[in-house]
Ligand binder design. Structure first.
Ligand SMILES: [Fe+2]
Length: 245
């Protein structure tokens, strides 16, 4: 996956549905022996960026184009992803308890945290926001975030493999690793880049990012935009009793 991070940090066009395409061949492999139940307190901050998220979700439900400030959109996507992580952790407890592994649930979860998080959310930042603000005092923070992202991509792919193989132990271990690391990464990104960047953007920057983000949404899922990932995410959350709002 290092190729995704060529020096310019630009990503190639999205191989649509690349993670999910791996899953129909999934083999359910039952492991013997008891696995430890992961115990991680929920760290989803209640209602953090809830307003931005409500606006984002409304446009997804109505399948209309976003009119949101691009930074608010990224923060809303974090809010959505935090709820996804909470769902995955909840379901991982069942996996650890050796209950039947719900392959549909995990296929949908990796569709969102792989395809959406990487090919849509990360692409908006890596290809558009970061190059725009890099020379405005953000280069040190961005270097750190890009390095962490390389590790997160590797973990995401490992998680995808574990789901495909029905590898319970791998799923439990990787969800815990992935979720912990992503939560720290997102909090750092919000604090050191997204929130301060909002104040540094000119109206022209905002208009140009808005246009680029629309293209990313549309290009990744023609005709459906964010509506597809929103509805898959809501299914995942409902399955585990996590409030999608
Ligand atoms: Fe992010």
């Amino acid at each position: 996956m290092t190729a995704l991070h060529a020096p310019s940090h630009r990503l190639s066009p999205p191989p649509r549905g690349w993670l999910k395409s791996l899953l129909p061949t999934a083999i359910y492999r039952s492991l013997t022996g008891d696995l430890p139940i992961p115990r991680q307190p929920s760290v989803t901050p209640p209602n953090l960026y809830a307003e931005a998220y409500a606006q984002w979700a409304a446009s997804a439900r109505q399948e209309r184009k976003a009119e949101q400030h691009p930074i608010d959109e990224l923060l809303a996507e974090h809010h959505f992803l935090r709820r996804m992580f909470e769902s995955m952790q909840t379901e991982a407890v069942y996996v650890a308890q050796r209950k039947p592994m719900d392959l549909d649930f995990w296929a949908n979860a990796v569709d969102v945290v792989g395809n959406f998080a990487l090919l849509i959310h990360w692409r908006k930042k890596a290809n558009h926001l970061f190059p725009l603000i890099r020379d405005r005092g953000f280069s040190e923070h961005l270097d750190k975030l890009e390095k962490e992202q390389d590790q997160d991509i590797a973990t995401t792919l490992e998680l995808c493999d574990a789901v495909q193989d029905g590898d319970r132990e791998g799923v439990v271990r990787l969800v815990s690793l992935y979720v912990g690391s992503k939560r720290r990464h997102m909090a750092r990104e919000e604090e050191s880049v997204l929130v301060p960047a909002k104040a540094a953007l000119t109206p022209e920057d905002v208009a140009s990012l808005r246009a680029s983000f629309d293209q990313v949404d549309e290009g990744a899922m023609p005709g459906a935009g964010r509506a597809h990932y929103y509805s898959v995410g809501v299914d995942v959350m409902n399955h585990t009793g996590i409030d999608p709002d």
